[in-house]
Write a protein of this length. Sequence first.
Length: 180
Amino acid sequence: METMVRLTRRMDAMFDSLLTYSRVGKLELHRQDADLQQLLDDVLDTLEVRVAESGTEVRVPRPLPTVSCDPVRTAAIFQNLITNALKYNEKPERWVEVGFEERDGRPVVFYVRDNGIGIPEKHWSTIFQLFRRLHGRDKFGGGVGAGLTIVKRLAERHGGRIWLESVPGEGSTFFFTLTG
């Protein structure tokens, strides 16, 4: 009976993730000038317990800028990337850094960097596929493998993109833009 309940919950979670993914592709963005530092502060407030329980230091080297975006969808991007950074880290001293890079004439590039487990390069493209997990369901807090797929779609709906750099055992940096 326990197995049936567990499998039913997993199917429900997968179905919910599939619905969310489908909706993201059709949603209308409500762009406005958004103070991303305030948005990030709000996201960190919602993750406060998880950050404290994991003993992770959150670093923001400089205040994030104000940009044109859908603040609700952009908050979802930050929340998912930060949650993954908290989840996929086994080090005694953990940190997550959230920042941005400006390049002349190019869109602002935001990033979420961590010192977690890292991702082998051969998996860099597959982690953005729906229901793809690199680890078993019971490792690193579970999940159905939809979060990064949804994040990718949200960035693309903004006209941007997402990519990563990672070294196994040292950590990952997820970069994203909100305009093309």
